[in-house]
Design a protein around this ligand. Structure first.
Ligand code: CTP
Ligand code: MG
Length: 375
C-alpha cells in the first residue's frame, strides 16, 4: 500500500502581503514550506511527497524540496484546485493521498496519523474542528440563518482520500465550479467525506499577523566581572555613579552591569560579544560610557531583526549597598535599550563572604534577556 502527501504551495500569499509567497517566509530559521514538508517526511507511513509550486517560485521550492527524500515538485495553477489537480495527475500508482496546505506548518504527527487511520477505514478523512464561535449565513448585510452550532465544524487540512476516488472527482470538475478545499470536491462527486478531530494549533498562516503569533523569541545570557582597583572613590553601575571606597578596574567606565546586559543581548541574537565590537585595546573606548556601548549593541541586534523584550540582571557585590540606586539603573538601562523600565529587573546581593566576591575583590553581574522579532 502506498500513501502520497500533496502540499499545494503555488499561491501568492496576497492577504499576507509580504511581497512574496508567504510559504517561503522564514519562521524560526526555516521556511513555512520546509516546516510543512518536514512534518510529512518525518512520518514513516508517508511514501512520497509532491509539492505544487508556481512558476515564479519554482527554483526556490525545488531547492527546499531537494533537502527531503522522496519529495518532488510539479507546476501548480492559478487556483488551489488546479494546483492540487496538477499534483494528483503526477501521482504514480498510489493508493491514498493526504492533501495538506503548505501554509499550515504546525501540523502534528498525531493529526497526520489520525488522518491516515481514518482514510484507511473510511476512504476519506477530513481534519475538522467543532466551531467555537457562532457561524451564520448572511445575505445583503443581514444574518439569514443561524445553524445549530453543535453541527458546525471548521475544516483544516490534511484531508485524505482514496486516490482513484479523488482523481475521478477532480476529473469531473466543471469550469464554473469553485472549491476552497478538497472535501468539497469529494462531496460533490463521490460521497460525504468522513471527518476526524483536528488541532487548534494547526492554523493556516493567512495574514501577516498570523506570523506574529508565532513570534521568534530568543534568550541570552551575559556575565561580566570587574576587579576593584586600590584607588578611586566611586563605581558606575547601570550608568549610576555610586560612592565606593575603591573604583573598578576597567578600560571603559567599568560598568559591569551594562556590559553583562550588552553581552546577553548580543548572545541572544547569535552575535559576537562586546569585546569583539568594542575592544579594550582600542583607545576610543578608554573611559567609554558603557550605556552608549549598550545602546550600540541594541542597534546591532535590531539590525538582525530583534528588539529587547525584557532584561533580568543579578549583581553580586559585597559592597557598596546598591539598593538605593536600583531604580535609576533600571531607568538608564531601559533608556539605552529604548524600552520601558518595567521590562528591566535588577537585583543585588552579597556572596555571603564566600570567594573573591565575598572578600570584596570585585563585582560580578549575570544578565538574562529575551529578544523578540521586530516585525
Ligand atoms: N495554493 C496553491 N495554488 C494556488 C493558490 C493557493 O497551491 N493557486 C496553496 C497555497 O500556497 C497555500 C494553500 O493553497 O499553501 C492554501 O491557500 P491560501 O491560504 O489561500 O494561500 P494563498 O492563495 O497563497 O494566499 P492568498 O489567498 O491570501 O493569496
Ligand atoms: Mg488563496
Amino acid at each position: 500500500m502506498k500513501i502520497t502527501a500533496i502540499l499545494p504551495a503555488a499561491g501568492k500569499g496576497t492577504r499576507a502581503a509580504f511581497g512574496k509567497n508567504k510559504v517561503l517566509r522564514d519562521l524560526d530559521g526555516k521556511t513555512v514550506l520546509a516546516k510543512a514538508i518536514e512534518a510529512f517526511s518525518l512520518n514513516p507511513r508517508i511514501d512520497d511527497i509532491i509539492i505544487s509550486a508556481s512558476e515564479n517560485d519554482l527554483d526556490e521550492v525545488c531547492k527546499i524540496a531537494e533537502t527531503f527524500k522522496n519529495c518532488r515538485v510539479v507546476c501548480g495553477g492559478d487556483t488551489r484546485t488546479q494546483s492540487v489537480y496538477a499534483a494528483l495527475y503526477e501521482c504514480e500508482d498510489t493508493d491514498y493521498v493526504l492533501i495538506h496546505d503548505a501554509a499550515r506548518p504546525f501540523v502534528t504527527q498525531k493529526v497526520i496519523n489520525d488522518c491516515i487511520d481514518t482514510v484507511l477505514q473510511y476512504q476519506s478523512a477530513v481534519c475538522a474542528l467543532p466551531a467555537t464561535d457562532t457561524s451564520v449565513l448572511c445575505d445583503g448585510g443581514c444574518i439569514r440563518t443561524v445553524p445549530d452550532r453543535n453541527g458546525v465544524f471548521t475544516l483544516q487540512t490534511p484531508q485524505a482520500f482514496s486516490y482513484p476516488q479523488i482523481l475521478h472527482a477532480y476529473e469531473q470538475i466543471r469550469e464554473d465550479e469553485k472549491f476552497t478545499d478538497d472535501s468539497g470536491v469529494y462531496l460533490r462527486y463521490v460521497a460525504p467525506p468522513h471527518i476526524f478531530e483536528g488541532d487548534r494549533k494547526n492554523i493556516k498562516l493567512t495574514f501577516a499577523e498570523d506570523f506574529k503569533m508565532n513570534t521568534n523569541i530568543r534568550t541570552g545570557i551575559g556575565i561580566d566581572t570587574h576587579a576593584f582597583a586600590d584607588h578611586g572613590e566611586s563605581i558606575t553601575l547601570g550608568g549610576v555613579q555610586i560612592p565606593s571606597d575603591r573604583a573598578l578596574l576597567a578600560h571603559s567606565d567599568g560598568d559591569v552591569l551594562a556590559h553583562a546586559v550588552a553581552d546577553a543581548i548580543l548572545s541572544a541574537a547569535g552575535l559576537d560579544d562586546i569585546g569583539h565590537y568594542f575592544p579594550d585595546t582600542d583607545p576610543q573606548y578608554k573611559g567609554a560610557d558603557s550605556l552608549l556601548l549598550l545602546k550600540k549593541a541594541a542597534g546591532f541586534v535590531k539590525e538582525k531583526g530583534y528588539i529587547v523584550g525584557n532584561v533580568s540582571a543579578a549583581i553580586i557585590a559585597e559592597k557598596p549597598k546598591l539598593f538605593p540606586y536600583i531604580a535609576e539603573m533600571r531607568e538608564n538601562i531601559a533608556a539605552s535599550l529604548g524600552i520601558s523600565s518595567q521590562n528591566i529587573g535588577i537585583t543585588a546581593g552579597t556572596n555571603e563572604k564566600l570567594g573573591y566576591l565575598g572578600r570584596g575583590e570585585g563585582i560580578t553581574v549575570t544578565a538574562n534577556v529575551l529578544l523578540r522579532s521586530a516585525d
